[in-house]
Design a protein around this ligand. Structure first.
Ligand SMILES: [Zn+2]
Length: 430
């Protein structure tokens, strides 16, 4: 068993809970003192941080939603002055959904430890060459992986995504052993290898760590068979670090959550109440060590369940099931979180009306595809072919610019889809 931090990762249950309680008390004091949103919500329910004597008391506290983060944009949720912040990230695609996340130097240090645990848990060590083929931008993904790989002492190649031929050349020439990317990107690289007549068996590649989009066991089998590697899952969200929030160890039996840094709960997304152990619900996370951007009972929107029993790897931290879907209409494509309302705003601006639309997400062999279906109505230039064509072109270019990749736009007759269902995700993620 490869354990980066044996003491923390294999701590007994009683010690984990004691440590969580102590860190939670410190976190609640800090947010009460420094974050007016939390001070106000605690006062509303007549709760003082010193009232916390058990984890049960904690469940009295209200949840934090993404809406709260937007209402306190830009720095209202920060628990330290800006001069102590050394890094800023934003998970939002544009200023319509503004959220900014800060990190202190200690936050970055903890983040490096967490992603180092993730990489070690799948066998990455000092001698490895880690190619990071996630898009370097305002989201946290590749930065967290880079910190952890460097902490371990591996050699890092920060490649970003795209440029398939160059990626394959570097995989081969730099003798990359570990690929970190979206799973469909790995399949795209396989296709490039086939086009270039490069046999994956001749590469040094042995480990793949994949995230940034939902993926199934069948995609895992496909990647492992084609690339001759072991493929593992990682999970994170920018609001709560990014990578380093949960990961599979080499047993591939669920994702461990580092309980010394996070308190995880599963709730019923409709009632907000905890679900019985083992039942699916929404993942809620509380940060226990974050200095700049602590979050109390943050609703991730991601559906999962706690897995029972101990992991054969010996780590004592709890495991959650792989996350394949959400409890809202938000979906993840190519590492970006897409909110249907954002698409709706652009559509309304271009059309000058508010037509019904549906987002259709499909997975082609090695890439995901988004089509926006727009219902033609009397308002929307019914029977005016020239105007329709121009509208499709304008919408296509506005959406492609917004998302940073090509989006399909199709006009359809009324009744072609159910307007109450704004997103249809047909990706084979089970
Ligand atoms: Zn394990």
């Amino acid at each position: 068993m490869e354990c980066w931090d044996f003491k923390q990762e294999c701590m007994n249950r009683e010690s984990i809970e004691q440590l969580q309680l102590e860190r939670l008390q410190a976190t609640l004091h800090r947010v009460y003192k420094n974050v007016s949103h939390y001070r106000q919500t605690f006062r509303e329910i007549d709760f003082m941080p010193e009232d916390l004597s058990s984890l049960d008391d904690f469940r009295r506290l209200p949840h934090t939603s993404r809406q709260v983060l937007m209402e306190n944009y830009p720095y209202g949720m920060f628990a330290v002055p800006l001069r102590e912040v050394v890094r800023l990230h934003t998970p939002a695609l544009n200023i319509d959904e503004p959220v900014v996340i800060g990190f202190t130097a200690n936050d970055l240090d903890n983040w490096a430890e967490l992603t180092a645990r993730n990489l070690s848990a799948v066998g990455v060590g000092k001698d490895d060459v880690v190619q990071i083929s996630l898009t370097f931008g305002s989201v946290t993904g590749p930065f967290g992986v880079q910190l952890g790989a460097e902490r371990i002492g591996a050699s890092v190649i920060p490649m970003s995504s795209g440029r398939h031929s160059s990626q394959v050349q570097i995989l081969r020439d730099f003798r990359t052993t570990t690929l970190v990317s979206a799973p469909t990107f790995a399949l795209r690289l396989y296709r490039t290898m086939m086009e270039q007549e490069i046999d994956p068996k001749t590469l040094q590649l042995r480990i793949g760590i994949f995230g940034a989009e939902p993926w199934s066991e069948s995609i895992r089998d496909d990647i492992e068979e084609k690339l001759h590697i072991t493929a593992t899952d990682m999970y994170g969200l920018t609001e709560v670090f990014g990578p380093g929030v949960a990961w599979e160890c080499s047993e591939k039996q669920g994702l461990h959550i580092p309980e010394d840094h996070f308190l995880a709960e599963i709730i019923d997304p409709d009632t907000g109440e905890p679900v019985p152990d083992g039942q699916e619900g929404e993942l809620v996370l509380t940060t226990l060590t974050k200095e700049a951007f602590p979050l109390i009972r943050y609703r991730t929107g991601d559906l999962t369940r706690m897995l029972p029993g101990d992991c054969p790897c010996g780590r004592s931290h709890l495991r959650i099931d792989r996350i394949l879907r959400r409890c809202d209409n938000v979906f993840v494509m190519g590492g970006s979180r897409i909110i249907p309302e954002q698409i709706g705003k652009i559509l309304n601006r271009i059309s000058g009306a508010a037509p019904n639309f549906q987002l259709l997400v499909e997975r082609e062999e090695d890439r995901d595809r988004l089509d926006v279906l727009v219902e033609i109505s009397n308002d929307l230039f019914f029977d005016q072919m020239k105007k329709q064509r121009r509208f499709v072109e304008d919408l296509h270019s506005a959406l492609s610019e917004f998302l940073g990749w090509e989006v399909g736009v199709r006009l359809v007759e009324a009744g072609a889809f159910d307007p109450a269902q704004p997103v249809v995700d047909k990706r084979n993620i089970r």
